[in-house]
Design a protein around this ligand. Structure first.
Ligand SMILES: [Zn+2]
Ligand SMILES: [Zn+2]
Ligand SMILES: [Zn+2]
Length: 277
């Protein structure tokens, strides 16, 4: 039996026939690829007693009309869902295929069980190809893997589309030389793993209430905004509120926030961002 190695193009309107705005977003994880604390590091942030300095790999949950979708499936997905009491996931948007954004994929099984159906997984070609290559047992029958496996439908992002009645605008970003997606829905946008935002994508980010943006550390990095760059870009985008994510161990939550401009702050794991709908 083939396990739903489907590829549909994610365009067109959703099943609901009307558009609704997300009601809240939970930042499930706000850490860089190592997670904070890092293994074997005794720096002040990795040893900090402040729970806001504990960061799982980056991900978010978007809740809308009693349903919800994830952005990325990091390695701590199970722990993040338990910590934020996530009981329902209807779909997953993937920003890109790097390990810290996909390796929790197997935990989606639980939501197959809870909802009794496959989950749509939306991404670009490189991401969908990587998911099939890294998790072949999830997409192809194997006599060596007869037990419980995630049931997923791969859906290629090829322009704006509707998800759970929410219009999703993919925002092309550069993560070094890699093309990745940010996502805008309503007046919220989530842009992690980015080192350059093209002008045409900046235009897609106009008029935001909330922006979640990559800010790795103080020193420059070839594939991520550092804090200085992130603050500069966030100032140009001029969302009413900006939260930084994908944060490394150089940035202590409390002290870093005191130096950020008004309307900007480091995000923290489990943070709930609510909207006026
Ligand atoms: Zn990452
Ligand atoms: Zn450290
Ligand atoms: Zn990445």
């Amino acid at each position: 039996m083939l396990f739903l190695a489907l590829r549909c193009v994610a365009t067109g309107r959703g099943h609901e026939g009307h558009s609704v705005n997300p009601q809240r977003v939970i930042l499930l994880g706000t850490g860089t690829s190592h997670g904070i604390p890092m293994i074997g590091c005794d720096c002040p942030v990795c040893r900090s007693p402040d729970p806001r300095d504990k960061r799982g790999r980056s991900s978010a949950l978007v809740e809308v009309g009693g349903r919800s979708f994830l952005i990325d499936t990091p390695p701590e997905l199970r722990l993040q869902c338990l910590a934020s009491d996530v009981c329902r996931v209807d779909a997953v948007l993937f920003t890109h295929h790097h390990a810290d954004h996909i390796t929790g994929l197997d935990d989606l099984r639980r939501f197959n069980d809870l909802q009794g159906r496959p989950l749509g997984c939306y991404g670009d070609e490189a991401t969908l190809t990587t998911l099939e290559r890294v998790f072949p047992y999830a997409f192809h029958h194997s006599p060596d893997y007869p037990s419980s496996k995630p049931q997923l439908e791969l859906r290629l992002i090829d322009g704006p589309f509707d998800l759970l009645g929410v219009p999703i605008v993919p925002v092309p970003l550069y993560h070094g030389k890699l093309h990745v997606f940010g996502f805008r829905f309503g007046n919220f946008a989530y842009c992690t793993d980015v080192s350059m935002i093209p002008d045409e994508s900046l235009r897609l980010l106009a008029g935001l209430d909330v922006l979640v943006l990559d800010a790795l550390r103080r020193r420059p990095h070839p594939t991520h905004f550092n804090l200085e760059q992130a603050v500069e870009v966030a100032g140009r985008i001029a969302a009413k509120r900006t939260y930084f994510t994908h944060i490394a161990h150089e940035l202590m939550h409390e002290t870093t926030n005191t130096e950020l401009p008004a309307g900007m702050a480091l995000g923290q794991d489990g943070q709930v961002i609510t909207f006026d709908t």
